[in-house]
Design a protein around this ligand. Structure first.
Ligand code: SAH
Length: 496
């Protein structure tokens, strides 16, 4: 599968020492060690899923037991966005590939186990065409040459392909003939864009762009909605798993038709637009102006009229909403790896939505933020890992939090108990207990009743720190038949 340069690469490694060559030869990728993009390339997929699930279970232990990790059926070539840096080897032959980890040295790569295969083929074709068109790759040290990078984005559902040629200067000689030659070999390309990046920067794309073939963007379909993807738009890189992630988020959100939903950190509005189908009104908020512009145009194109997008810091926006006494039934939040902010989480507490669905690409910041939200009277009901990035160590998580009860004081009190879980209590979530009771006795039980029975069984202590005695009497008591059913469930989950 690996072509000429990969052969050279292997030989080079082999000359350096037998041990390293042996490691390389068993790998699904001979340059995995240098690239650093797929830390887990040498682990079986099942093993990867188990490792991710175990890690998530460890981090979520104080809150709930994660559902089974949602993996990929075919965990290869999933990346719809492929980038290759261009340069020259010592003999001035064009090379293309990835930057060696933490450097700007190019490691030649012709095909990658994670990347879209067609995109990799197109990059090899472009490299092969350079000589006959007298186009030299750009040299970062001297500033000579033209072609710096090639970026390819593909529409999983539509089959559309966008090629972005990133040049070090604006003039591309024989541009039209180059396009003709490329399309002759790859008629499946639907648009070609030239982007100029003449700065000494780590960024791939520069500010200026010119469409030289097709419409300048591609479209893709996610959960029945069409999204426009421009060279710079944010779009999830694994569309197969993104659909599963969004479906799970919708299941957790439990929207029934009339709710007001906030889609915070909404990017190009994908999740909010899917939610809009079954909500009364959706309010999207996002910091990046380009993403907000794309979001608005996506909503228009899909004929969605019950959604609005605001460009703002999500924390500031939510604080304003709370100050104005606005309400939200559901808050969907999908912050970057650094997680959310205190301001945002405090404002969630004030807005008091019934449910919060937290999508996270970093479980460490997720648990940090859950700690704050549980202090605000939320209970972590359930969570699940979705494997968006097979062969890497990254874990994506969807988590459902809900207000325990309509009585604010009681919720706060239960919340404090939740912070102090015993190991027995962490064995099954409230939601799992409810499901078990419903299935085995046909009874619907509330989290409050479960908490009361847990207290009776000594699993949690519900000392009423916050409330005057009179408040206690406002709690309804769990009826005996429900108590028996809950006890049975606790027994089933080995909690008593
Ligand atoms: N929900 C989207 C995007 C999630 S990525 C999707 O699934 O496609 C996280 C997003 O948060 C990015 O678009 C980033 O621009 C945005 N972001 C980062 N910090 C922010 C902040 N303080 N306020 C609002 N949005 C922010």
């Amino acid at each position: 599968m690996q072509k000429t340069e990969m052969g050279t690469e292997q030989k080079k490694v082999g000359n350096k020492g037998q041990k390293r060559a042996r490691n390389v030869s068993v790998s699904l990728c001979p340059v995995a060690g240098k690239c650093g993009g797929c830390q887990w390339i040498n682990r079986s997929y099942q093993e990867q899923l188990e490792a991710k699930e175990t890690e998530l279970r460890r981090l979520m232990e104080p809150y709930c037991r994660p559902e089974r990790m949602i993996g990929m059926d075919q965990p290869a070539h999933y990346r719809n966005k492929v980038h290759a840096a261009f340069g020259e080897d010592r003999r001035h032959n064009a090379i293309s590939g990835i930057y060696e980890e933490k450097s700007h040295r190019i490691v030649p790569v012709d095909s990658c186990y994670l990347e879209n295969e067609k995109a990799d083929e197109i990059i090899v074709t472009i490299r092969g065409l350079l000589k006959s068109f007298k186009i030299r790759p750009y040299n970062e040290d001297t500033g000579y040459g033209l072609l710096r990078h090639v970026l390819i984005r593909t529409g999983h559902a539509t089959g559309e392909i966008m090629v972005v040629l990133v040049l070090g200067s604006p003039i591309m000689p024989s541009k039209n003939n180059f396009v003709k030659a490329l399309l002759k070999i790859h008629p499946e390309i639907t648009t070609i864009v030239v982007n100029v990046n003449d700065r000494s920067t780590g960024m791939v794309l520069g500010d200026k762009g010119q469409v030289i073939y097709g419409k300048g963007y591609i479209e893709d379909v996610l959960c029945g909605k069409t999204f426009r993807i421009s060279p710079k738009s944010f779009y999830q890189v694994n569309p197969v798993q993104t659909e599963k992630l969004y479906r799970k988020a919708m299941e957790y959100a439990g929207i029934t038709g009339s709710e007001t939903v906030v889609d915070a950190y909404c990017g190009t509005g994908t999740i909010g637009m899917i939610a809009a189908e079954s909500a009364g009104r959706v309010i999207g908020v996002e910091l990046n102006p380009d993403a907000v512009r794309d979001a608005r145009s996506n909503a228009k194109q899909n004929g969605i009229s019950n959604i609005e997008f605001y460009r703002n810091d999500a924390g500031k926006f939510l604080v304003e909403m709370a100050e104005q006494g606005a309400m939200a039934d559901v808050v969907l939040m999908d912050p970057p790896r650094s997680g959310s902010s205190e301001a945002f989480l405090n404002a969630v507490g004030r807005l008091s939505p019934r449910r919060v669905v937290y999508i996270s690409c970093n479980p460490e910041t997720l648990v940090r933020d859950l700690k704050v939200l549980t202090k605000k009277g939320y209970l972590v009901e359930k969570c699940v890992g979705v494997d968006m990035f097979p062969f890497t160590e990254h874990v994506e998580t969807v988590c459902l939090l809900s207000k325990l009860h309509s009585d604010q004081h009681i919720e706060v009190e239960l919340q404090m108990d939740e912070l102090d879980l015993t190991s027995a209590e962490s064995k099954a979530t409230y939601e799992e207990i409810k499901d078990y009771v419903l299935e085995h006795s046909g009874l619907k039980v509330s989290s409050l009743y479960i908490a009361q029975v847990k207290e009776k069984c000594g699993i949690i202590e519900r000392v009423n720190y916050n409330l005057p005695k009179s408040e206690n009497s406002r709690q309804s008591k769990c009826p005996p038949e429900k108590e028996a059913a809950i006890r049975e469930a606790l027994g089933y989950f080995h909690m008593i």
